[in-house]
Every structure is written in structure tokens, then in C-alpha cells.
Design a protein around this ligand. Structure first.
Ligand code: VG1
Ligand code: CO
Length: 559
């Protein structure tokens, strides 16, 4: 029989979860009792439900995942959890955790990831709690976890418990006279089974392999050495008949091979170049934990995430899952361009605008009012799970391509011809000094909320923009009426163009400023976004004085 011990501890500062969990440098997590404190606080926040419960545990394969899985096993055992479902070797993508929580109706799950942030001893780690609906814990829960971290005095652990997580199977223990079970599960099986229910795999297989009517549709799928590697291998190579040449970087690495596992034009430039110079019809990349996606077409034709959402919204009827469930509402995060709003209006669907972060979609989905949603940050997903889902998005696109027989570029061009186009760009200024950025945001907020700002005119190039509305976005959840304040500064102009600015809540050090610009054109739809939006970018830089505050004359990443 194993026994639990109680270890005295003292609080660590700064354990406040951000947009999606607690994310810090690995070395911060390695401080004495830092990780133990946070895990104990998650468990304490669950209250008495924890006794006898089942939790799912897994992560994106980055440095420290295995060690922290081991800690979670030992601390859960000591706190009365009955059973853990652990991905083999600690590997579970973020959407797979969501799928498994829902399928096995567990109390929740713990996801070990810093998503798109680099991994390795000198880089980032993260811990996130997901609730019984499979979604990231809402603000209320994360605030409670944070409060507990500030007052923690002890944690409970079973130090002698030895559990191998490299072999699939059930391991039984007796802890303090009670049974405790760890079930090491296949990392991909449940998720892949689910994808086969959602999509028409034979249809996508015919697309990829070609048929008498059509030559093979050549795809290039890039896992960026993140967690999606084994999922991509199983789905694309084993199920859909793609060859090894159609997939790349499918082995999860603790440091992602030194790369930044963020699927955008900057960090996935490799994929973009390969698709541009090769004979490919379609390219997709996913982030470290598998919830983000980037979609490109032949010649590396780039689909902005805001457009991707709108195109999928307009084409859901090609996907078996939606043929069965019907479509009930769309949503996007506030900074996401409003292309999907036009589809919602055309289809008579309810449309919601929520703050940044997937946790804000969960209630609407649970209430049956939301089928498809997305964020401009390369997040797309549906109510099949409660996380955004990179692989799902790629399969959704392939379903639409197979059903319509069009190219990615043709789909976009006909979409714009029908609905007009929301030009969109995001500028990221990563790892700036925090204090000046905070000051910049305060000064800008004051300026845009002063009397007289609404109605003021701003000139740039040959354009004049007149302010229609300016605020710090706040949101009331229509289901539980909870209010989230200060979710980003937005300036909306008379012609519908927008400037949005916020500080990132996922960085592990310093401040990352995000500047989002969008503008709608009904007719002029095939221009270059950077050229079209330049005048508005200049207005934003001038109003915010961003170059002066950050000392940067160019962003780190342009999307
Ligand atoms: C970023 C994105 C946000 C996304 C979040 C988590 O947050 O902007 O849209 O939901 O990352 O994505 P922030 O606060 O840094 O802007 V992931 O792939 O880290 O789970
Ligand atoms: Co992610």
C-alpha cells in the first residue's frame, strides 16, 4: 500500500493564468514547489468533486511534459482522484484532450502546453485546466485557482508511486487503502475515431489519391515537430492514403527542433516556400499543441484565419457532422475580421463576438447556440469539441475542396465576389518591455475615451477616417451573464474599418503588443492587404505612439 504525505510549501508569485493557462519559462516551473503548488491549487479549486473523480492528463510533448505528468499522477493520487487517463508518453493534443474528456465524461483534464511558444530548457512550459465540457476553464475558475496559489501552505503527494507512462494499459495502485488507477491510453485513437465520424474519409481519400475524373490532390501537411505528428501520420498516411512525402516534421520533439511551432507566414515560412516552389495544391501547418492551423493553396495562396472561418461557415453543409446536427450560430473573437458576420447574415444565423480566448465560446456551444467559431490567431473549430482544432480545420477544408472541386484560391475569390472582402492584418511586437507598453495602453485608452474623440477625423494618404465608436471592449456572456472587462482597445470608424490593440496574455516574459487592422471592401477584393491597409496602419501607429513606447520600428511578425 502506498501512503500520501503532506509537504509544507509557501506561495510563489505570479501564478495567474493568462488567455489560456499558466505559461512561464521552464526554469520558472523548475523552482522548488512551483509546479507542485499550481497542481495542488487546480485540485483544490475543484473542491469535493475531486474525490473519486477521473481526470485526463496529456501535453504537447515539449520539454518537462513527462516530468510534470509524473507529478500530476502523484499529487492526484494523494488528493483522492480515482482514475487518470494519461496519453502514452504524456502525448495528447489540446483538441484530443477535449475529445477524451467529453467521450469518457470525466471531471476535467490537465493540459501541459505552452502552445505555439518555443520549447526546451530555455523556453516555455504551460499548465491549463479544462472542465467537464472539455473546454478551457472559465475566468471564474482560473481566478479561484490563482487565489489559492497566493495562500497555499501545503500540498499532498504520494512520493513512492511509480507509474510507467510509455506502455498502453491499466495500472492499479492502492493509495491510503483506496484503489487508484492510471490508464495509459493511445494518444490518437479516440480522436481519430471521432474525426472519421465527423468527416467523409472515403471522399477525402479519393481527393488525395485521385480518381478517373481528377488527378491526385497533392497536399503538404506540416506538424512543425509538435504534438500533431502522430495524428497526422495516422490520419493522412494510414487513413487517407497520402504518402510520406505529403507530411513533414511529424515527430514530436521536446524543443520542436529549435523552431517556433506557430503556424503563420513567418514561423512556418519553410512550408510556405515548399508549397510555393513545389507542385502542391494545398498546405497546412499546426502549432505545438495542435489547436491552431494555417491553410494555404497552390502557389502558397494564403487564407487568412478570418476568411477561413467565413468560407467554412458558408460550406458546412458539405460535412457529414453538420448534415446530422444542423448549424446553430457562428462566433468569432473581437479582433477577428467580420467576414463571417456577412455569412451569418446571409444564412440567417445568430452571430456572436466574444473576447480573445477559446474559453469564451464554451457556454454558447453548451447552450446549443454555436456550431462554428474562430479567431484571427489561426484558430478554427466547431462544437465537436470545446477547443480549437487544427487537424479538424484542415479536414474541413479538404472536405469543401473535395465537394466543390475548386482550388483554394478559386473558393476564396468566389467568396469575396459574393460577400466582399474584409482585408485584415495583425502586427505583433514580441517581447517588448512591459512598463512602457502598459503605459502606452493606458494613455491610448484615456485618449480614445475622452469626449470629442468620437467624431474626430484622422487623415492618412488620401483617406480620412472618422471615429464612430471607441472603447475598451467588454463582454457579457449571454448564457451565464458573467462580464469580462478590458478585453482590448478598439476604434471603429464610420466606414466600418477598425483598429484594435491589446496586450497578449500568453507570453511568458515581457509584453507582446498585438495590433489588428481590418477594413471592408465590397468591390475591390483582389488587392494586397498590406497595401490596402497601410493608411490605417499609419493612423494606428500615430494614435498609439507605438514606435516611441516600444522602441520598435517594425513588428516581429506580420500576418
Ligand atoms: C493568443 C491568441 C488567442 C488564442 C490564444 C491561445 O492569445 O491571440 O486568440 O486564443 O493565444 O492560443 P494572446 O493573449 O497571446 O493574444 V493557443 O494556440 O496558445 O492555445
Ligand atoms: Co495552441
Amino acid at each position: 500500500m502506498l501512503s500520501a504525505v503532506t509537504v509544507p510549501t509557501v506561495p510563489h508569485e505570479g501564478q495567474k493564468p493568462g488567455t489560456s493557462g499558466l505559461r512561464k519559462k521552464v526554469k520558472v516551473f523548475l523552482q522548488e514547489n512551483y509546479t507542485e503548488n499550481f497542481i495542488q491549487s487546480i485540485i483544490d479549486a475543484l473542491g469535493k468533486d475531486v474525490v473519486g473523480s477521473t481526470l485526463v492528463v496529456g501535453g504537447d510533448g515539449r520539454y518537462l511534459v513527462k516530468e510534470v505528468v509524473d507529478l500530476i499522477i502523484k499529487i492526484s493520487a494523494a488528493n483522492g482522484v480515482s482514475r487518470l487517463l494519461v496519453g502514452q508518453n504524456g502525448i495528447l493534443s489540446t483538441p484530443a484532450v477535449s475529445c477524451i474528456i467529453r467521450k469518457y465524461k470525466t471531471l476535467g483534464g490537465i493540459v501541459l502546453t505552452a502552445s505555439h511558444n518555443p520549447g526546451g530548457i530555455d523556453n516555455d512550459f504551460g499548465i491549463k485546466y479544462n472542465c467537464s465540457n472539455g473546454g478551457p476553464a472559465p475566468d471564474q475558475t482560473t481566478n479561484e485557482i490563482y487565489k489559492l496559489t497566493t495562500a497555499i501552505k501545503e500540498y499532498k503527494i504520494v512520493p513512492e508511486l511509480k507509474c510507467a507512462i510509455d506502455k498502453i494499459g491499466v495500472q492499479n495502485f492502492t493509495v491510503e487503502g483506496k484503489p487508484f488507477v492510471v490508464e495509459v491510453i493511445d494518444s490518437v485513437r479516440d480522436y481519430v475515431d471521432y474525426m472519421k465520424e465527423i468527416f467523409d474519409f472515403p471522399l477525402i481519400k479519393r481527393l488525395i489519391q485521385g480518381s478517373e475524373q481528377r488527378k491526385p490532390f497533392n497536399v503538404l501537411i506540416d506538424s512543425m515537430n509538435g504534438v500533431t505528428g502522430p495524428y497526422v501520420q495516422r490520419v493522412f498516411v494510414e487513413e487517407l492514403g497520402a504518402s510520406e512525402k505529403n507530411v513533414r516534421r511529424v515527430v514530436p520533439l521536446e524543443d520542436f527542433g529549435g523552431a517556433h511551432p506557430d503556424p503563420n507566414l513567418t514561423y512556418a515560412a519553410d512550408l510556405v516556400n515548399a508549397v510555393k516552389s513545389g507542385d502542391y495544391d494545398f498546405g497546412a501547418a499546426f502549432d505545438g499543441d495542435g489547436d491552431r492551423n494555417m491553410i494555404i493553396g497552390r502557389g502558397a495562396f494564403f487564407v487568412t484565419p478570418s476568411d477561413s472561418l467565413a468560407v467554412l461557415a458558408n460550406n458546412l453543409h458539405h460535412i457529414p457532422y453538420f448534415q446530422r446536427t444542423g448549424v446553430r450560430g457562428f462566433a468569432r473573437s473581437m479582433p477577428t475580421a467580420a467576414a463571417v458576420d456577412r455569412v451569418a447574415a446571409a444564412k440567417g444565423q445568430e452571430m456572436f463576438e466574444v473576447p480573445t480566448g477559446w474559453k469564451y465560446f464554451g457556454n454558447l456551444m453548451d447552450a446549443g447556440r454555436l456550431s462554428l467559431c474562430g479567431e484571427e490567431s489561426f484558430g478554427t473549430g466547431s462544437d465537436h469539441v470545446r477547443e480549437k482544432d487544427g487537424l479538424w480545420a484542415a479536414l474541413a477544408w479538404l472536405s469543401v475542396l473535395a465537394a466543390t472541386g475548386k482550388s483554394v484560391e478559386d473558393i476564396l475569390k468566389s467568396h469575396w465576389a459574393e460577400f466582399g472582402r474584409n482585408y485584415f492584418t495583425r502586427y505583433d511586437y514580441e517581447e517588448c518591455a512591459s512598463d512602457p507598453c502598459n503605459e502606452m495602453m493606458q494613455v491610448l485608452e484615456k485618449r480614445i475615451t475622452e469626449p470629442g474623440f468620437v467624431g474626430s477625423a484622422h487623415d492618412s494618404a488620401d483617406k480620412t477616417y472618422v471615429v464612430k465608436l471607441a472603447d475598451n471592449f467588454s463582454y457579457m456572456d449571454p448564457i451565464d451573464q458573467s462580464v469580462s472587462m478590458k478585453q482590448g482597445l478598439r476604434i471603429i470608424f464610420e466606414d466600418g474599418s477598425r483598429i484594435v490593440m491589446r496586450l497578449s496574455g500568453t507570453g511568458s516574459s515581457g509584453a507582446t503588443v498585438r495590433l489588428y487592422i481590418d477594413s471592408y471592401e465590397a468591390k475591390n477584393v483582389v488587392g494586397d492587404a498590406q497595401v490596402m491597409l497601410r493608411p490605417l496602419i499609419d493612423v494606428a501607429l500615430q494614435l498609439s505612439q507605438l514606435p516611441q513606447y516600444t522602441g520598435r520600428d517594425a513588428p516581429t511578425v506580420i500576418t
